[in-house]
Design a protein around this ligand. Structure first.
Ligand code: PEP
Length: 257
């Protein structure tokens, strides 16, 4: 499996022109080698997605995948300010981040709501990056068990093939102090054990598990070299094409050996 390098732009950049320039900077730096040997996802703010999808069409971009950072669970109706799965699909988006810690924290998202969103996303055949992770270092394993069990309640085995899980310790996000690759690999193994309990070992090894939290071009290779880390979810360092491209390059097989 290619290593997955996912960008989470969060509430950046400030204008549509900057968003297009950032995306083009990444696409222009994607060599044939990187396209063949890595899987790249860009999660942009809702308002830029339609323009970016048009840019993708114009460039016939088929490799780098555009994603949303959130979506709602209902099909349509009286949900002011929300975006439905069908609206995203109509904009050409088929991948979505759900349960990011900043949505849990600032948007008050509960595991129950996240579970509803995940069920809706799978119903509409989206690929989901579910974000989980602890606030306090010594609670990691309990929090992972509690969140993954609740967030994936009612999700069938067959749907797991559209799931990726990002382990993002909250204390590491945006702090400049990442988890160690070795410790995060332990959490990945634990996440796989939880999926195996829910489904089976084959499913557990088929679900890509990513690390997120202060990944930069300096440390990306250390994470991506770990056998049990299938990729990285990158916030701050994805906002500069050169940094993000360096992280993508760190996931290519020749960089890993
Ligand atoms: C994130 O918020 O998903 C993230 C990993 O952020 P950063 O890389 O900036 O820590």
């Amino acid at each position: 499996m290619n290593k997955i390098i996912a960008a989470n732009w969060k509430m950046n950049p400030g204008t549509a022109a900057e968003a297009s320039a950032l995306a083009e900077g990444v696409l222009n730096g994607m060599t044939a080698e990187l396209r063949k040997n890595t899987s790249v996802i860009l999660a942009a703010p809702f308002v830029y997605l339609r323009d970016l999808a048009m840019l993708w069409e114009r460039r016939r971009e088929r490799h780098v995948v555009l994603a949303a950072q959130n979506m709602f669970w209902a099909e349509k109706g009286a949900y002011t300010g929300e975006i439905s799965p069908a609206m995203l699909a109509d904009s050409g988006i088929r991948t979505v981040i759900i349960g990011h810690s900043e949505r849990r924290r600032y948007g008050g998202e509960t595991d129950e709501l996240i579970n509803q969103k995940i069920i809706a996303a799978f119903k509409h055949k989206f690929r989901v990056i579910l974000c989980v992770g602890e606030q306090n270092k010594d609670e990691a394993f309990e929090v992972l068990e509690q969140e993954i069990t609740a967030d994936l309640a009612g999700v069938g085995k067959a749907q797991l093939q559209n799931l990726m899980i990002a382990y993002e310790p909250i204390w590491a996000i945006g702090s400049g102090a990442p988890d160690t690759p070795q410790d995060s690999a332990q959490k990945m193994l634990y996440i796989r054990r939880l999926i195996a309990k829910k489904a089976n070992a084959k499913a557990a090894f088929a679900v890509p598990v990513l690390y997120g939290g202060s990944v930069t071009e300096k440390n990306a290779r250390d994470f991506l070299q770990e056998e049990h880390i299938d990729g990285v979810l990158v916030g701050g360092a994805s906002l500069k094409p050169q940094s993000f491209l360096a992280i993508i390059a760190a996931g290519a097989p020749e960089a890993l050996h």
